[in-house]
Design a protein around this ligand. Structure first.
Ligand SMILES: [Zn+2]
Ligand SMILES: [Zn+2]
Length: 380
């Protein structure tokens, strides 16, 4: 009985301490380092162009979106509250663009860019479209969606088709005549090929064929941490933008020039011209240089600084060398590539270019990036 009393008292003391010390169970206020290299001539910016707040059907205040973006290692977000769907309006009056305004004040000291956006939310066709870089959001509140889109275009907005297959059986998107009309009018500039955790192969192919920008976003409504743990492979999706600088105008220019790739789950989707330098700049051969001694086995150590693993498949195999068929380069770690020279006559410094494909970097649906990994060795 006495023991029970003591234990209870101790428990109560610990509990009251927990209550008194502020933030004892909270996550530290720290920003994730989502490392991607800059590309020649461009800075790599991590962006999410589709988020909601209480000003439409989201459940968080705009400043929370900014804090999440900072903690998640993003450089820019667009707040894109629905125009036509505002279920909280009896508590929060409809005030287009206000969510971005509130967010901007919080974003400035953190160095996060907040792009003013809106989601034009119609049945299919045409479905949902995000317009970003708006100056007058209220001008999109129109009965006729064509007028809303035209008014966005007149403001210099970048328009992309959101989650195309969302309402379709098997999530198989349909390219409607309306999308063709928007494209012909210059009203459609990109497609959200990845929404949350849903990647759509059909729209990925359309982006390639119709020269539209690839965009991948969270479309988050609740707190972001309810949906992603932040562990490898379970991060919020992002559009990587290769911009000439760090301003909103630089991001806009890059989007219209289609300099984007999508980082979602364990994959990156985008054109080889971006994936190749992104991959090459993410890996590094670790010193000391591998030593080749006759036909003895050696190993080359490769560091992967990117926030995702890379799975390499070597093909065709280089003549005169024995190398494995595949190698995993784990995120943030050094992997060892075993190899063996099949002749013992090698001398001096050696440079070996290993042709490979990276199976989780996709230049088109089911089409892995083909590249080479250059390894240097010394003979002794
Ligand atoms: Zn939507
Ligand atoms: Zn949305």
């Amino acid at each position: 009985m006495k023991l029970f009393f003591c234990t209870t008292k101790a428990t109560l003391t610990v509990l009251s301490l927990l209550l008194l010390v502020p933030g004892i169970q909270a996550q530290p206020r720290a920003r994730a380092q989502v490392f991607f290299p800059d590309l020649p001539g461009y800075v790599t910016l991590r962006c999410d162009f589709h988020t909601h707040t209480v000003f439409s059907d989201g459940t968080v205040w705009p400043t929370v979106r900014v804090e999440e973006a900072w903690r998640n290692g993003l450089d820019a977000i667009a707040i894109s509250d629905h125009i036509e769907y505002t279920p909280h309006k009896s508590d929060i009056p409809v005030n287009y663009g206000r969510s971005s305004e509130i967010a901007r004040a919080a974003a400035e000291p953190l160095g996060i860019l907040v792009i003013r956006g809106a989601e034009i939310t119609r049945g299919e066709p045409p479905g949902h479209l995000n317009a970003i870089f708006l100056t007058n959001t209220a001008a999109l509140d129109q009965k006729d969606y064509r007028v809303a889109i035209k008014n966005a275009v007149d403001q210099g907005a970048f328009l992309f088709w959101n989650h195309p297959g969302w309402k379709q059986p098997g999530r198989k998107a349909v390219w409607y005549a309306e999308q063709g009309e928007f494209l012909a009018n210059g009203w459609l500039h990109g497609i959200e090929v990845l929404n949350g955790t849903d990647y759509e192969a059909g729209p990925h192919q359309w982006c390639i064929e119709k020269k539209l920008a690839l965009v991948g976003n969270s479309d988050v409504h609740g707190p972001i941490s309810f949906e992603y743990s932040g562990a490898p492979g379970d991060h919020r999706p992002m559009t990587l933008v290769f911009a000439r600088g760090r301003t909103e105008q630089d991001i806009r220019e890059a989007l219209f020039a289609r300099r984007t790739v999508i980082f979602g789950g364990a994959n990156i989707y985008g054109a080889a011209e971006f994936l190749e330098p992104l991959f090459a700049g993410s890996i590094q051969i670790v010193e000391p240089m591998a030593q080749v001694r006759g036909k003895a086995r050696t190993s080359v150590q490769i560091l992967n600084r990117a926030p995702l693993d890379f799975l390499l498949e070597f093909s065709p195999k280089p003549g005169g060398w024995e190398i494995p068929s595949a190698l995993l380069l784990p995120s943030g770690k050094v992997a060892s590539l075993p190899l063996r020279c099949l002749s013992d006559s090698a001398s001096g410094d050696l440079e070996l270019n290993l042709p490979c494909s990276v199976s989780n970097l996709l230049t088109a649906p089911d089409k892995p990036l083909k590249t080479t990994v250059a390894v240097k060795m010394k003979t002794r």
